[in-house]
Write a protein of this length. Structure first.
Length: 198
């Protein structure tokens, strides 16, 4: 329960990350953030804890009462958007490629995937965002030390260095909670919630 996800907004209401419920509650309790409810009303920890738990609402049991689980929090003093480069790691390559083999286009669990150098190291290829892709074991064995063309494989998507906005879209797909929808899919939300003329 404490590892469930909470959307974090900067003070300009721009989504900047997804965090655990445990960390979100710590930020609230320390006065560094407020809960944003579905009517865009702001609550500090005390006022949020005093709200009664609605039937069927997710809640967290405390010693003397239960409190509703916040799904969106707003940071008071942070108005930046992450600009540092996305770390080059196995996990982030898997996220960028969405756990999909870039040759056969099949989705796999992370344990069934490996990383492949598009241009093999033996041919001067480097270990970088632009030369590494997710690959299933079968395709990796078929490719060996060859280029995709020599192995008769077609690469699904040219590998690229992702930016934070791309990674954030990947991390929040699909939108986990209805409370996140207005912040992550503004065009769809406004389209579906506009009042129609009669």
């Amino acid at each position: 329960m404490l590892s469930s996800q909470v959307l974090v907004l900067n003070r300009s209401y721009i989504p900047i990350q997804v965090t655990s419920l445990k960390r979100a509650l710590c930020l609230l309790y320390r006065g560094l953030a407020k809960v944003v409810d579905q009517q865009y009303e702001l609550f500090d920890f005390q006022s949020w804890a005093e709200l009664s738990v609605v039937t069927h609402a997710e809640s967290l049991g405390l010693v003397h009462k239960a409190i509703r689980i916040p799904r969106v929090i707003l940071l008071h003093f942070y108005d930046k958007v992450p600009h540092k480069p996305v770390r080059f790691s196995r996990l982030n390559v898997y996220l960028r490629d969405q756990n999909t083999c870039q040759y056969c286009r099949k989705k796999y669990s992370r344990s069934e995937l490996t990383l492949d150098h598009v241009l093999p190291l033996s041919r001067g290829g480097g270990t970088s965002w632009e030369n590494i892709v997710c690959c299933c074991v079968v395709c990796n064995v078929q490719k060996g030390g060859k280029t995709p063309q020599e192995a008769g494989l077609h690469i699904m998507r040219t590998p690229m260095r992702p930016d934070w906005s791309f990674m954030f879209r990947i991390l929040t797909k699909p939108i986990h909670y209805k409370e996140w929808f207005p912040y992550l899919n503004i065009l769809d939300y406004s389209y579906w919630n506009n009042e129609l003329e009669s």
